[in-house]
Ligand binder design. Sequence first.
Ligand code: SAM
Length: 651
Amino acid sequence: MTRAASGPRVGKRVGGALYFHRSALDLLDAETNRKVSSASERSDVPWNVAKVEGEAVSLLRYEDFDDHAFPCLLESVRIDGERVVRSDYSNRENPPVLHRKELLLRPDDDRIPVFAALTAAAEGHGLFAASHRIGTKQAWTRRVTEAGLTVEGHALVSLPPPSLEIARHRTAIARNRLSAPMQSLVRHEFVSPGTTVLDYGCGQGDDVRALVEGGVEAFGWDPHFLPDGTLAQADAVNLGFVLNVIEEPVERLETLRRAWSYCRRVLAVAVMISGHRPTAGLRPYRDGFVTSRGTFQRYFTPDELKEMVREALGVEGFAVGLGVVFAFRDPADERAFLYRRQVRRAERVVSYRPPPRERAIQPREPLAERMRPTLDALWATLMAVGRVPSFDELPTDVGHALRKSNVSISRAIGWCEGIFDRDEFERAAAARKEDLVLYFALGAFTQSVALSDLAARLQRDARAFFGGVGKAKEAAMAFLFSLRASDHIRFASKQAIGAGIAHEDGRGGIHFRREKKDDLPLALRGVVGCASVLYGDLDDVEVVRIDMEKMAVSLLYITDFEAKLPLIVRDVRINLRNQAISDKIFDEDGRRVFLARSAYATDERERVQREAIETRVRRLLALQGTAQTVRHANIVRALKDAAGKQLERSS
Ligand SMILES: C[S@@+](CC[C@H](N)C(=O)[O-])C[C@H]1O[C@@H](n2cnc3c(N)ncnc32)[C@H](O)[C@@H]1O
């Protein structure tokens, strides 16, 4: 064996980095050997693989190199000059995984034939195709399972034909609050007293009980718990977390169709989503896993869920939350749902009745004075619809009062104009027009039902604001087209920053509170709307980030926004260019601190305090001023190190 004179002959090159096993260290050139040995002396990580990239050396501890065919990374330390960064992967659900172990060994290593045979077998099954997607444990395990294989020792073995007894009913849990799909149905006003609800696959029936308690006509059926339950047509049908416990793909589609057959208006379908539960230790089975309790779980991606609905029912499923979609029987309901989702602002105004106030100009006509409560209510309606309403759009009591006094709507509006602020009405009209552009634009985006199905109110809106549905559609398409110009979005971002709604993130993007999304300029509402079409409701999101460069929207879930160091527990990233969604739920160790909280301070004192905290964290970890987040565990570690040094100095 010759020592390499000009660079190493062993090891695996990935990009600019060289990976090799510890046993091959003495074969490397003197310089590399020196760098790794010196790094090794400065660290107590019992490493088995090293990575050298320029001056930086990472010492990696993988699971037992001999025992594990594809070992997972447990721990690493990266040493780059004075900078030492240590990472612990041992408790992570989805750590990096190592392939092609033979390439890391010295050429005369006698483990090479076994390792190389495994690699050849994996290649033969096509497991290394699109290799950038298999670098982590979960993706790799999925790839192997989907190929109908399992790893035994250093061999890939075909999974035995499945013949397990699956105990589906054991998946049903007792609930002390409504399940997520039922909550969505309530939130979107498909379930309320007066509506009927069938819970198909109701499990222990707690959702049904809670709804009946609240005055809703709800009933349920379950093949195990309630086989004699009511199976009847209902306005809303819930198929909550049933499909994911069924191990037969064909039966899933049949179950979907059966649930749909009882649905008059809306079907809510909820499934478990991949990446949210640890699957380590579960036995791969068919396209899912069998748990130790003998139950089956299939984890779906959001796209797979939508695709399943499309395949079974021939209609589109609209995401309302992660793993929850709605399918509509009646296109008018679908329209109304999409509409409500985009025009919350207008809906909020409907329920708001401005209190009587002092006015500059009093109505001169005694009849108008007598009808003042009616005019207040009429004005509220005008503000909600942003145009002259037709008679059937008036609240019943307003219509009744006008009829009784023989006053036309236009006369009553004339009086209103003498009482209220006309500018306020103009602003409501402009906002309403924007809502409508957005609604039509996002309707086009979801390839929803034909525009001729538009509810009467929408048709009126389109006529009043655009001169007809065709023109409204044209305006919407022009708007969607304009979103492709990043200048347009940048300009809107500047406007939002200027209005104090959004904040610069120092990296060319902006962030803002989710509750402010309806106050953003139209272009940004469009961007957020597109993300919401792809992902679902943003209800529990705290902060939204828009990355103009990448055309991506990030949704940050933060547990306690008032905390000194608010923690991001989940980060969903929606790439609008390729429609990819990544959903990271952080475990205790991975949680990140939101370092831009000072931007949301309500007064100067709070801002100064928060900035001081953020600056301290940045200094402690030598972060750039533009860093928006940092792992909480890193702060804790750095504080401990600093305290240790302090102690050393004082002793
Ligand atoms: C995880 S539980 C969900 C129960 C309930 N929907 C909830 O969210 O609490 C799954 C339920 O699906 C039922 N189930 C299994 N196969 C089914 C099928 N083909 N049709 C309807 N329900 C089924 C099981 O009996 C079990 O109660």
